[in-house]
Design a protein around this ligand. Structure first.
Ligand code: SF4
Length: 440
């Protein structure tokens, strides 16, 4: 019997890394006639792995909508990801084609779960599956596991250096779903990076929930910069980008070290969420506006080509006009190159849901629109300044007239591609994943 399958990753790149390992684990099982398809809607596809998210209620809704969509297409569903520990069993009971369900920490033996499933009734198995339990250590892959590098054709790959989080931000439920931080040993990460770069990957996207705290669980102290020193020693041609540089324990000395790192791409992803110290306290974020100003002032002054990315939560409980004005002024002062933003929304499992002084989503949207206006004005001004300038980037897609290029200082899957006429390519081959020089 053949096993023709495909997969869908919902939301974050950390989820995607898990999926890459899962797909390879299935592909490398002893089972015969296994075939992987990129498009889950292809007729020959019998099984679809759906790797879900549950960070926000909207991502839970998206998970259930996606599951229902493929159930209606009569694809056998293999369900995993963040939805599993918080799943709605009544919803799952309505499905006709739910084939297997497994929590992410059982992924190393996924092919066994799929091919040697002993449980008589799937429903009994699901009902016995563990639910929320934030005392455990998170599961994380190692270089000994092989992955199906979906993105290497585009010249980049995500490398997860630690899983989950020891912070307890009041608006976030991640530590509840996936437990405490687990860091990978430095040498384990170095081996994986070498393996990926030997697969023609030119850019390593370093991800975790809290990159600044990498190693605290394993070494008793943060060891991010020791890890970067080892990455800098790798004698291969590649660069790396850091995501989720949680700002509270980040210092000017750390930033000074980054100046000396040759492979480091000056992309600064500091998810601040807000700038007003009173609001930060209610978010259980332990830094203040002065600390953030000092970090961004240093970055702006020392890294001329710095790309600034951050995150904002709009109208968190107790955010009055003054606090919101602080955030608007902050965005204008540092002219961020890209901001991920969402209006505050009560998540039942989040501590902030117990706060008072909240407003409804419609009113929140008004402030989100005001902030978008400010940000779009900044983006438009910056786009004008890029006109006629030359850049280096990676070809993401092309046709006979135009090329979509990811500028090397922009992040994959987060920042916009440059769409340019084919004659604007100055040097390099027009091929997906190729590094080219071009002008806007
Ligand atoms: S740092 Fe805060 S927001 Fe990020 S995953 Fe941890 S608890 Fe959630």
């Amino acid at each position: 019997m053949s096993f023709c399958f495909s997969s869908i990753n919902l939301w974050c790149s950390k989820n995607l890394v898990d999926l890459e390992y899962i797909v390879w684990e299935i592909m490398s099982s002893s089972k015969e006639n296994i075939k992987y398809f990129d498009d889950p809607e292809e007729d020959d596809v019998q099984y679809v792995i759906i790797n879900t998210c549950w960070f926000l209620s909207s991502s839970r809704d998206e998970a259930e909508k996606t599951i229902k969509y493929y159930d209606d297409l009569w694809k056998k569903i293999i369900l995993t990801g963040c939805y599993v520990p918080v799943r709605d069993d009544d919803f799952l009971k309505t499905l006709n084609n739910l084939y297997r369900v497994f929590p992410i920490e059982q992924s190393e033996t996924v092919s066994k779960k799929i091919f040697d499933f002993k449980e008589k009734k799937l429903q009994n198995y699901i009902e016995n599956l563990e639910r929320l339990n934030d005392t455990k250590k998170a599961f994380i892959w190692s270089w000994k596991n092989t992955r199906f590098p979906f993105n290497s054709p585009y010249g980049y790959e995500f490398v997860k250096i630690s899983e989950w989080c020891d912070n307890r931000c009041s608006f976030c439920i991640i530590p509840k779903i996936r437990w405490n931080q687990t860091s990978r040993p430095i040498d384990d990460i170095i081996i994986e990076i070498k393996n990926l770069v030997n697969l023609w990957v030119k850019e390593i996207e370093i991800i975790s929930q809290d990159t600044t705290r990498y190693g605290t669980d394993l070494y008793g102290e943060a060891r991010l910069f020791e890890l970067l020193e080892e990455i800098e020693k790798i004698d291969l041609d590649f660069r790396y980008r850091l995501f989720y540089l949680y700002p509270d324990i980040l210092t000017l000395n750390h930033l000074k070290k980054l100046k000396n790192f040759k492979k480091f791409i000056p992309y600064f992803d500091l998810p601040v969420q807000h700038i007003n110290t009173k609001i930060l306290k209610r978010m259980w974020r332990f830094y203040d506006d002065k600390h953030i100003f000092a970090l961004f002032d240093f970055i702006k002054y020392e890294f001329k080509d710095a790309f600034l990315h951050t995150n904002f939560i709009i109208w968190f409980p107790w955010e009055w006009e003054l606090e919101f004005q602080d955030l608007l002024d902050f965005a204008k002062k540092y002219e961020f190159d890209s901001v991920s933003m969402f209006g505050y929304h009560d998540e039942v499992l989040a501590s902030s849901s117990k706060l008072d002084k909240k407003v409804n989503d419609k009113i929140i949207q008004k402030r989100v629109d005001i902030m978008w206006k400010v940000l779009n004005k900044i983006y438009t001004k910056k786009e004008k300044q890029r006109k006629w300038k030359e850049f280096i980037g990676f070809i993401h897609n092309y046709d006979d007239k135009k090329v979509y290029v990811r500028c090397e200082y922009k992040a994959p899957e987060l920042d916009e591609l440059d769409k340019i006429p084919i004659q604007n390519i100055i040097s390099g081959n027009i091929k997906i994943g190729e590094k080219v020089k071009y002008h806007i």
